[in-house]
Write a protein that binds this ligand. Structure first.
Ligand SMILES: [Zn+2]
Length: 458
């Protein structure tokens, strides 16, 4: 429902249920959006959702349960934890891919599109402790599913006590807490995700952690919003235009984050080589193919969220250029009321959403090697003399540690543009050139430029 929770797939039951549920949620969400509007992180929508969720806690706590209900729920959660952990354990996909023991090979140029490699990287991310994984279930008898347990047990531990509760956004199949780098997977009795869905969810949620955008300064935020408000040609007042610009900015960052995560969780397997023969493209993910042509998507204000707001449309139909883009957009705009509302009220946001035909990000392969490199590219301040510097040795080391999947992603100029923008801003020209040639031209025998103590730093 929010920037980091999501449904596994469009589900007809859900579509019918959602107007009732969402109608209750929208008003508090909007009030909180107003209150929170000066903060610019992509987590804004998450925070809003979580705050909305807290409102339901009082009701939940008054529910009477029997000790047998609790025991049954605890047993169920422990079984679910074991099942999820088995997917992450050695001698599964992770080791098969790492050791090259898979049955078929994918040419390197397509490595970044291989769902097995994406899952293997995501598993490595969790197994090496870069994110904690917490498999939770709803507290039995909760009227609204925002109260979960056991918030204290993380992979690889098995354990469950109903009394160890944690409040999480109730919608969706999982949730990622960016600040804590913790991933929650929801196991609702009778509606537990199957193994493939768990794999997709893990890829989705790890992407939310791997997807680190440089923070924007207050000044940049003000500039961006002022520019956007100036472009607003609707009949709004200046104050309304500024308010819409704030909503646009928050929604756009969150939308891109969800778009990346949904895209990666539903990759289509590229052609493989097996026994000297080319196999065909694998089956599409749940959102179809990015190679197929797009279609019209109708976004309707069924809940009346934007009714009476100046500059907003009751509905609009927009054409998207590829199938996968269109189906993810349909899902986000028609199931996440915040996205739908901004879409109906802002030409600028509509233009951005339509122009997002494929994801771009710093780490679209959930790789801990790229994460290490990204961190090395982040400037430090010396505790000795206050000088701002980049650890060039670490940049060189982590560049040399990249694997085929990382190369495939970083060679794609469009998908990896945010990464290269960051590298360009952080590095002196000689080192940037070395890294660029090493990764993009395969010049792995060229030694890196020697760092001089006098080298100007930024
Ligand atoms: Zn998400």
């Amino acid at each position: 429902m929010t920037a980091s929770t999501h449904e596994l797939s469009p589900d007809p039951d859900r579509a019918q249920r959602s107007p009732m549920r969402s109608a209750r949620d929208v008003a508090p969400l909007r009030q909180m959006a107003d209150r929170d509007r000066d903060k610019g992180t992509p987590c804004d929508l998450l925070r809003l959702q979580r705050m909305a969720g807290n409102k339901a806690v009082t009701a939940v706590l008054s529910v009477q349960r029997s000790p047998e209900d609790d025991r049954k729920a605890e047993d169920g959660l422990r079984a679910a934890q074991r099942r999820v952990y088995r997917l992450l354990e050695p001698e599964t996909v992770w080791d098969r891919v790492r050791t090259g023991a898979g049955a078929a090979s994918i040419p390197n140029d397509n490595a970044a599109r291989d769902p097995d490699r994406l899952f293997a990287n995501s598993v490595e991310w969790i197994r090496k402790g870069w994110s904690s994984l917490c498999v939770v279930a709803p507290v039995p008898g909760a009227p609204k599913e925002t109260l979960f347990f056991d918030g204290t047990v993380t992979y690889p531990r098995v354990g469950a006590q109903v009394s160890n509760t944690v409040v999480l956004p109730g919608d969706g199949a999982g949730y990622t807490d960016h600040e804590q780098r913790r991933i929650y997977l929801y196991m609702r009795p009778g509606k537990e995700p199957d193994d493939d869905q768990v794999r997709n969810l893990i890829v989705h949620e790890v992407q939310h952690v791997a997807d680190v955008e440089p923070p924007m300064s207050e000044e940049d935020i003000r500039k961006e919003e002022a520019a956007r408000a100036a472009e607003d040609t609707s009949a709004r007042t200046d104050e309304e235009k500024r308010e819409q610009a704030r909503r646009d900015r928050i929604a756009w960052r969150s939308y891109q984050s969800e778009f990346r995560a949904y895209w990666l969780q539903s990759l289509q397997r590229p052609p493989q080589m097996k026994g000297g023969k080319w196999l065909d493209w694998g089956p599409y993910g749940e959102f179809g193919s990015d190679l197929a042509s797009g279609h019209d998507v109708k976004v309707v204000d069924t809940l009346g969220v934007v009714k009476g707001r100046r500059g907003c449309l009751p509905e609009i139909t927009v054409r998207f250029s590829n199938e996968k883009q269109a189906r993810i957009a349909d899902h986000l705009l028609n199931h996440v009321s915040v996205f739908g509302a901004v879409f109906l009220c802002s030409q600028g946001f509509r233009d951005q959403v339509v122009s997002l035909t494929a994801p771009q990000g710093v780490n679209l392969v959930n790789s801990i090697r790229i994460e290490n490199l990204r961190r090395a590219l982040t400037p430090n301040t010396s505790p000795w003399n206050g000088r701002v510097y980049v650890n060039e040795g670490a940049v060189v080391d982590w560049t040399k540690a990249l694997d085929d999947t990382d190369f495939a992603f970083l060679k794609d100029p469009s998908a990896s543009r945010p990464f290269w923008d960051q590298a360009k801003a952080a590095l002196r020209q000689e080192l940037y050139d070395w890294m660029f040639n090493y990764i993009k031209q395969g010049k792995t025998n060229v030694p890196p430029p020697v760092a001089s103590p006098e080298a100007p730093s930024r």
